[in-house]
Design a protein around this ligand. Sequence first.
Ligand code: AMP
Ligand code: MG
Length: 353
Amino acid sequence: MKTEIVKIDNIQQAAKQGFFDKARDILQQGGLVVFPTETVYGLGADATDAAAAAKIYAAKGRPSDNPLIVHIATPADAVLYAETSPLYWRLAERFMPGPLTVIMPVKSSIPQTVTAGLSTVALRCPSHPVARALLQAAGRPIAAPSANLSGSPSPTCAAHVIDDMSGRVDMIIDGGDCDVGVESTIVKIEADDTLTLLRPGGITLEMLEPIVGTVRIAEAVLGALPEGAIAVSPGMKYRHYAPKAPVYLLDGSSAQIVEYVKAQHGKIAVLCYEELLEEFKTFLPADRCFSFGKQTDVQHQAQQLFYLLREMDKRDFDAIYAPLPPTSGLGMALYNRMIRAAAHHIIDLKKGN
Ligand code: AMP
Ligand code: MG
């Protein structure tokens, strides 16, 4: 398949050049369009077209038991595809458009291919101007998981999308780098109108709780779900977002982490806080030391995580070492992705202290 790559810097200009009409036609004809969102790039198809949605699974190599998120142009469109509740509207008013996905009982307008046969559907209204313009032009909901091959880190820039999806989709819209860098927060509205957090993301627990009260945290968010166990959210499996090299997360002080890495052999690399970069460079080649931001700047770390994991993966390292992030605020999203990238390999350096 020939993939058309379109770069959009200016929405009005792109509209004038007919790019959105072209994307709409592709979607209407059951094709695949990759587009930027504020979280990561999405691999989109018409969410009301079962055959089109099936192409998403094929393009990604995604198991068909892992449902897709349905993107909508405005929060009000939710009534067309889901049984909404008062809690949905409270969330919508405060957090939409934005990096929040809400799971509710599905209506028959969404085919089972999209929901992987579940009785619920995941809905999200993205805030990225290109995603919004595309949804508006398409005039239909767009089912879109992250635009990576299944299991790999999600793409946060067009180059990484092209690495994975060239020849597998009809169009790739390059809208620059994604802001948030980790996938949307996923919450499920339970039958009693309470909320369960299934996947942490840009909308944090600390942001949700003042609006909706106590939020239950699904076990798989911070814990190690045994391999093969069934997750509430099928995407929250054991190893995910993972580069080819094994990743080890180090739980200890900066000094302990440096000391530990120093004792390792082979072609190893570190993903570290900016403050430690120079220290690592005293014993590792500079091109094996990657900073993902200042220790307190979790937002930058989240934005850089998948980008750097993918860049590191091009270098065939024997192992990648990284600090275990804290779990508060946006740190929870980072922690959740990093324990999966590391297949839950956490090395406790604090033991014996
Ligand atoms: P991705 O779009 O690649 O970020 O993956 C979508 C995520 O949403 C996966 O982790 C899915 O398991 C999850 N998801 C989508 N629909 C549902 C649903 N109805 N119930 C639970 N999780 C869902
Ligand atoms: Mg994904």
